[in-house]
Ligand binder design. Structure first.
Ligand code: SF4
Length: 236
């Protein structure tokens, strides 16, 4: 080979999107530290929390979980033994409690039917069919299902919620107004398939979304400002 001939460096091809996402993750981790999501003593508690926090602040969901725990009902069998009305009364602090009682019961019945309430089968089952089954449970949308899969079952599914989409669209990693599924596909295609990374990165995107990347972005002092390269954020 002539000394002037250029050859590609050894190893897999460089993925610039992956490199950029990992830089964003590191910058967020340095600023905000580990987020230690999702609070919950058991996988069932985590899943119940994912349902109860739909359309409400986590503090309200946490109060509903505490009420279930105080009555020793914070388990699949404990919830399944309650009628919808009794469950709704207990989870009232979470808001829209009648709807959420039906959703929590539907998920709980699915879990008991599918695995007898055990979580080990959810950690092993083929991911695509399992996700489709969960999406068929009434009241569980993609964001709730993916939170259950990632945070309760430890599966490599990125929760591409509104915070994540807004930050990454403003940085032009995602197109403006990317759908949930489109955003999830981009993130899962470019990031290493690592539940611990997905867990922490999602939580950190929420942290920066609350602290800086609000409806009107506050880029001054934001740990991700370096990535804009002097350009304004993209319109979202
Ligand atoms: S506030 Fe600005 S720098 Fe921070 S994440 Fe949003 S767009 Fe990026």
């Amino acid at each position: 080979m002539s000394p002037r001939t250029r050859s590609a460096p050894p190893g897999p091809p460089v993925d610039p999107v992956k490199a950029r996402l990992l830089r964003l993750h590191v910058a967020l981790l340095e600023r905000f530290g580990p987020q230690r999501w999702w609070p919950g003593r058991t996988p069932y508690e985590v899943a119940a929390g994912a349902i109860l926090t739909q359309h409400t602040a986590w503090t309200n969901a946490a109060r509903a979980l505490a009420a279930l725990r105080a009555r020793r009902r914070l388990s699949a069998r404990g919830v399944a033994a309650l009628g919808v009305a009794a469950l709704a009364r207990l989870i009232r602090p979470a808001g829209t409690y009648r709807v959420k009682a039906r959703r929590l019961r539907a998920f709980t019945r699915w879990l008991l039917r599918w695995s007898g309430g055990r979580w080990a089968p959810l950690r092993r089952a083929p991911l695509g069919p399992l996700r489709r089954e969960l999406l068929a449970v009434p009241g569980l949308g993609p964001e709730t299902v993916d939170a259950i899969l990632l945070y309760a079952a430890g599966r490599p599914v990125f929760v591409a919620d509104a915070y994540a989409r807004r930050v990454l669209a403003r940085h032009r990693v995602l197109p403006p107004r990317a759908t949930y599924e489109a955003a999830r596909a981009v993130l899962e295609a470019h990031l290493p398939s690592d539940p611990a990374l997905f867990n922490e990165f999602h939580a950190l995107l929420v942290a920066v979304g609350k602290a800086h990347c609000r409806t009107v972005p506050r880029c001054a002092g934001c740990p991700l400002a370096f990535d804009l390269g002097g350009r304004p954020p993209a319109r979202t």
